[in-house]
Design a protein around this ligand. Structure first.
Ligand SMILES: Cc1cc2nc3c(=O)[nH]c(=O)nc-3n(C[C@H](O)[C@H](O)[C@H](O)COP(=O)(O)O)c2cc1C
Length: 333
C-alpha cells in the first residue's frame, strides 16, 4: 500500500498531518506523533503581537544597558510574554529531529516587519511556513476588497523573505471564498489550508460576561471545507490541505476523494491522544484495501467537482434536492 503524497512540494510518507494546536507544542509530543506515523506537523502559531513584544523588550533592554541586565529583566520583562518567539525557534530545531517535515505557523494581520521572523523560522529548520492570517476589521465600513487585500499583502511580504514554501490558512468568511483562494494562489501561495476555525466569542446571560475560547470540532463541520476543496481541486496550482472535523478514517478518505493533498487534525488528537494518528492511518489503509486502491493518487480528487461536471450535487441542484429531502424527512405529517 502506497500512502506517499506530496504537499507544498514536500514528500510526505502519508497525507495525515497534525495541525497547529497543543499536540504539536512540545518536541516530546511531536516525537510521539512521529512514532504514531504522522506525515507532517504544523506547530502552533507564533503571533505577530508576541514577535513585536519581544522586539520591544530587546529595544528597552538595549536602552537600559547591558550592565543593569539583571535588574532590568525584573521590571521590564513579562517572562511569559517574551519567551515564546525564541523558544519557538528552539522548538523548530528539536521538532525537525523527529524526521517528519515541520511546518512553522505565523499568525498576523499586517504586512509589517514582524514577517521577517519567517526567515528565522526557515533558518531554524522549518520545511514550510503556514500563515494563519487573522484579520477582523472593527470598522464596519471597510470594503471587502480592502480587507481581502490584507491577506494578499501579508502573503507577498512573507514570500519575499523566504525560500521555503508558504501556505495560507483560510477562513470561509469571504463573500467569494473561491476567488480569494484563486487570488492567493496567483499571489504565490504554495498551499491553501481550508479552513481555520475562529475563536468563538460568546455571551453568558447568567454571569453577564463575554467569554472566549476554542471548542473542539465535530465531523459535521467538515462539510464546508470538503465542498470547497472539491470545488477548488483543478482550479488552483497550490496544494490543498483539509482542516476541520476529522474524527475517523472515513473523514480522511472523504477529504481525499474531494481532492485534498493532505488531511489535518487537531480536535481528534486532543480527544484521543497522539496514538489516534496510528488509528487513522490503519483505518485509511483498510478502507483503501476494501475499495481496491493501492495508492493515494488512484482516488484523490475522484469526487472533486471542478474536475468532473458529473458532480452537480455540489451546486444549486444539490441544494434544491437537499431541501426537498429534508422536507420529506422532517416536516410534520
Ligand atoms: C486548542 C486549539 C489550539 C489551536 N491553535 C491554533 C494555532 O495556534 N494556530 C492555528 O492556525 N490553528 C490553531 N488551531 C486550529 C487547528 O489547527 C485546526 O485548524 C482546527 O481546530 C480545525 O481542525 P480540527 O477540526 O481537526 O480541530 C487550534 C485549535 C485548537 C482546538
Amino acid at each position: 500500500m502506497n500512502l506517499a503524497t506530496s504537499y507544498l512540494g514536500l514528500k510526505l510518507r502519508n497525507p495525515l498531518v497534525a495541525s497547529a494546536g497543543p499536540m504539536t507544542q512540545t518536541a516530546a509530543r511531536i516525537e510521539r506523533l512521529a512514532e504514531a506515523g504522522v506525515g507532517a506537523v504544523v506547530l502552533p502559531s507564533l503571533f505577530e503581537e508576541q514577535i513585536r513584544a519581544e522586539a520591544d523588550r530587546d529595544e528597552r533592554l538595549a536602552e537600559v544597558g547591558i550592565d543593569s541586565f539583571g535588574e532590568a529583566t525584573s521590571y521590564l520583562i513579562d517572562p511569559d510574554a517574551s519567551i515564546w518567539p525564541r523558544h519557538y525557534l528552539d522548538l523548530i530545531e528539536r521538532a525537525a529531529r523527529s524526521g517528519v517535515p515541520v511546518v512553522a505557523s505565523l499568525n498576523g494581520s499586517t504586512p509589517g516587519g514582524w514577517t521577517d521572523y519567517a526567515r528565522a523560522m526557515q533558518d531554524a529548520g522549518a520545511a514550510a511556513i503556514e500563515l494563519n492570517i487573522y484579520y477582523l476589521s472593527s470598522d464596519p465600513l471597510i470594503p471587502g476588497r480592502d480587507a481581502e487585500q490584507r491577506y494578499v499583502d501579508v502573503l507577498s511580504t512573507v514570500k519575499a523573505v523566504v525560500r521555503i514554501p508558504v501556505a495560507v490558512k483560510l477562513n470561509p468568511y469571504f463573500s467569494s471564498a473561491g476567488e480569494m483562494a484563486v487570488r492567493l494562489d496567483r499571489a504565490g501561495a504554495d498551499g491553501l489550508v481550508l479552513f481555520n476555525r475562529f475563536m468563538q466569542t460568546d455571551i453568558n446571560p447568567q454571569t453577564l460576561t463575554v467569554s472566549t475560547g476554542f471548542k473542539l470540532s465535530s465531523p459535521a463541520e467538515a462539510t464546508l471545507a470538503r465542498s470547497w476543496i472539491a470545488r477548488l481541486r483543478g482550479q488552483v496550482s497550490a496544494s490543498l490541505a483539509a482542516s476541520t472535523g476529522v474524527e475517523t478514517a472515513d473523514d480522511v478518505a472523504a477529504y481525499l476523494l474531494a481532492g485534498a493533498d493532505v488531511v489535518m487534525t487537531t480536535s481528534a488528537l486532543l480527544r484521543h491522544g497522539a496514538d489516534h494518528m496510528a488509528v487513522l492511518l490503519g483505518g485509511l489503509t483498510a478502507w483503501m484495501e476494501r475499495k481496491g486502491f493501492s495508492s493515494i493518487g488512484e482516488f484523490r480528487g475522484m469526487l472533486a467537482s471542478a474536475a468532473s461536471t458529473s458532480q452537480p450535487d455540489y451546486g444549486r441542484r444539490g441544494y434544491l434536492s437537499a431541501v426537498e429531502q429534508a422536507t420529506r424527512v422532517y416536516a410534520p405529517q
